[in-house]
Write a protein that binds this ligand. Structure first.
Ligand code: NAD
Length: 361
């Protein structure tokens, strides 16, 4: 029986429309192969939305997203909008989307593809086989805690304040996503905190340890964030799934991503409870190469594969896309960001066409 899904496309700015066009072609093809019907709706976000409507996240965009099964986002931002006040900048559209859809869990895979092992700045024997999923809490912690601000003290100097805060329910919510994710992978979960210094981390460790009793099939370990950062660089293969709060996750997910050495290859997912998830590449809108047919579309394509796996429950179609990406790299085809000697350089569109050819056969 044909499965039907409503997908909101948010191409955004810069290279966004170029890489989104490739992902849509890939989804259409995979849809035919796996009997999946996609009903695509495009909506405005970021700079493109500011130009058309004056605001970075028009209400109509949020409505369209809420009424869909999943959202595929490319990237937002660019020099043109950099001088606008912060609430009117493209980034405000992204934050508004996360808040409006209640996206509290950010899933960031960092996987070394065998064909790109030499792209890493670390030694081949250290990174070969790395396959990590960082689960980062996205709507709590120090980025949102109150009080916050810069205040004048009685002595006249200024004092900057932010507050790291987590409630038990916030920890349990992200903890469950992490245990479920680890269960679908190799069954190992490492929780990262700073419970030797921070009370909020002591509560974090307490709740995660308690939750582990509900997931006896998942092997739980704990690390302090400073040690986790060292271990990620020293011996990254020891990690499978990592769960951590907003601040630590922000830093560790970028560090884990850089183990792969190729920003144009990294997808991500942001998930909530009732609303659709948002799938997007980790990279930005790359204004320096926008409109030049130089972008690597594979992170966008892999984001579409993640969407099929995590929101649409179509793991076979996701596997099929991921295998196609490996195959295209195996054929020694590369965009500029992952180019190395002996490889054939392709533009964004040609890389998309090569991938489609691989997927067709
Ligand atoms: P960026 O990720 O856009 O670019 C960093 C570097 O990586 C650039 O040299 C760029 O050309 C290259 N690059 C990025 N994606 C690539 C791809 N798919 N193929 C080939 N090369 C690629 O980061 P930046 O330059 O710091 O930011 C540019 C704009 O993007 C800013 O306006 C920023 O606010 C925005 N941004 C948006 C998001 C998002 O939409 N989620 C994330 C980060 C940055």
């Amino acid at each position: 029986m044909t499965q039907n899904y409503r997908i909101t496309l948010l191409p955004g700015d810069g290279i966004g429309p170029e890489i989104m066009a490739v992902a849509v072609e890939v989804l259409k093809l995979v849809g035919k192969k796996f009997d999946i019907q996609f009903d695509f709706q495009s909506a405005l976000i970021g700079g493109a939305a500011i130009d058309a409507t004056g605001e970075p996240l028009p209400a109509a965009t949020l409505d369209t997203c809420r009424n869909s099964d999943s959202v595929l986002l490319a990237a937002i931002g660019g020099y043109k909008w950099d001088t606008l006040p912060s609430h009117l900048r493209p980034e405000a559209g992204l934050l508004g989307l996360r808040a409006g859809l209640g996206l509290f869990a950010n899933l960031r895979p960092a996987k070394i593809l065998p064909q790109l092992v030499d792209s890493s700045t670390l030694k081949k024997e250290v990174v070969e086989g790395v396959d990590i999923m960082v689960v980062r809490e996205l709507t709590g912690g120090i980025y949102f805690g109150k009080p916050r601000g810069v205040f004048q003290t009685e002595t006249g100097e200024r004092r900057g304040v932010n507050t790291m805060v987590y409630t038990e329910s916030e920890i349990d919510r992200i903890g469950r996503v992490a245990f479920e994710t680890a269960r679908k992978r190799s069954g190992r979960l490492c929780s990262v905190d700073k419970s030797n210094v921070l009370e909020v981390s002591q509560l974090w460790r307490d709740r995660i340890t308690q939750l582990a009793t509900e997931y006896p099939d998942v092997e739980l370990s704990h690390l302090y964030v400073d040690n986790a950062a060292m271990q990620l660089l020293r011996a990254p293969k020891q990690f499978d799934t990592i769960v951590t709060g907003n601040l630590f996750g922000d830093i560790l997910s970028d560090a884990a991503a850089m183990l792969t050495g190729s920003i144009g290859m990294l997808p991500s997912a942001s998930l909530g409870v009732a609303n659709p998830g948002v799938y997007e590449p980790v990279h930005g809108s790359a204004p320096d190469i926008a409109g030049q047919d130089k972008a690597n579309p594979l992170a966008q394509v892999l984001s579409a594969a993640m969407m099929l796996r995590y929101s649409l429950n179509q793991p076979a179609a996701a596997d099929y896309i991921e295998q196609g990406v490996l195959q295209v790299l195996q054929s020694n085809l590369r965009t500029g960001d992952i180019m190395s000697s002996g490889m054939t350089l392709l533009g964004c569109q040609a890389m998309g066409e090569a991938l489609i050819k691989c997927l067709e056969t």
